[in-house]
Design a protein around this ligand. Sequence first.
Ligand code: MV4
Length: 447
Amino acid sequence: MFQKILIANRGEIALRVLRACKELGIQTVVVHSTADSDAMHVRLADESVCIGPPPSRESYLNIHQIVAACEITGADAVHPGYGFLSENAKFADILAAHNITFIGPSGDHIRIMGDKIEAKRTAKRLGIPVVPGSDGAISDDKEARRVAAEIGYPVIIKASAGGGGRGMKVAHTEADLEVALQTAKSEAGAAFGDDAVYIEKYLEKPRHIEVQVFGDGAGRGVHFGERDCSLQRRHQKVWEEANSPALNAEERSRIGGICAKAIADLGYSGAGTIEFLYENGEFYFIEMNTRLQVEHPVTEAITGIDLVHEQIRVASGGGLSVRQADIKFNGHAIECRINAEDPRTFTPSPGTITHFHTPGGLGIRVDSGVYSGYKIPPYYDSLIGKLIVHGRNRVECMMRLRRALDEFVVDGIKTTLPLFRDLVGNPDIANGDYDIHWLEKYLAKGE
Ligand code: MV4
């Protein structure tokens, strides 16, 4: 087991990882920018190293500073959290070259999944159902027309270096195709320095369902069920649930089994998320994330398994603590992302939190790095906390969520709490009847 882990992140996820380390009796080091000297994770860690000025590029993304912090403190592993360097293959390779363990998959697996064309080709080879489309990159109009005619309109053009919704263009008819292809290519070239694009059948009303997987790096793979993350705004998830209200147990174990086997065959190590669009009872792979995700606590709530413990165990060579048969799904969980933003316009609202009171009681978890009197710096994302609620079934979970939202107090700044108080009373949400476009339509109506 590791002696000392360096946490290369900030905010609620730095605290989340710190808690797991403390439980495992592992010493902790955090790195932070000058803007985060007052952060909770800095106060609670055994050691801290200031690695640079506020801009992420010069601090949380500064690989050399982080490696130096490992050397100075004698850390033997790095947990990258999510965002920042968590899916940076070069970072994983550099740490390996310094004999520091990256708590995550190999640089090569990160690289494959970062290239969306390569990821899709790999998924298909491993037996995962994918969205019908081009077999690799599309180079010219003629090829685009041929593929689009074959799969049928509407189609979507995606950047291979994109992901998470960046660099996508929809063509509803052949008349739109040429412009869509050219815009997608030039935007991808400008944004990513790589203009490779591919074509897929455009699914009009899918849900976003993602499967939590784990590999031990030695040919074992398991799944921890799925999360439904269809409620998003501009590709930012807002509300996540486990299980998906749309799946039954048979569908869960079928898609989970496919994913677990794929992860085993790939020789993948650590936590991963296989993302699907789900429409008319079919799953279509879109991307794989090679990190721990923001919404992992809903999976922890229904399985009772600490996924950060598992990450640390696997990375240290101790293997997974569970086999597939040990993983049981119990009840229902919902996570609300509480952002320091206006609940209608989503304009960031940094500043001082004058009062912070979190709900409690059975089935309630709040993961947050803020406290009363804390000043939110303006340099980073606006997530200030997550409310995770568990119940024996979805109805109980929703009743408990409504109660927890009533108890939650955040004064001094604007937050997205009022949005959740609206959503929890909405009949479509109560029925679990929503797709990936539901939230944007709801917000446009201004109800
Ligand atoms: C799609 C799609 C429809 N058809 N692919 C957006 C984020 C990126 N991960 C993939 N995305 C989409 N890919 C096909 N073939 C619709 C989306 C999409 C979306 C997906 C998940 C959650 C919210 C979304 C909002 C708009 C579009």
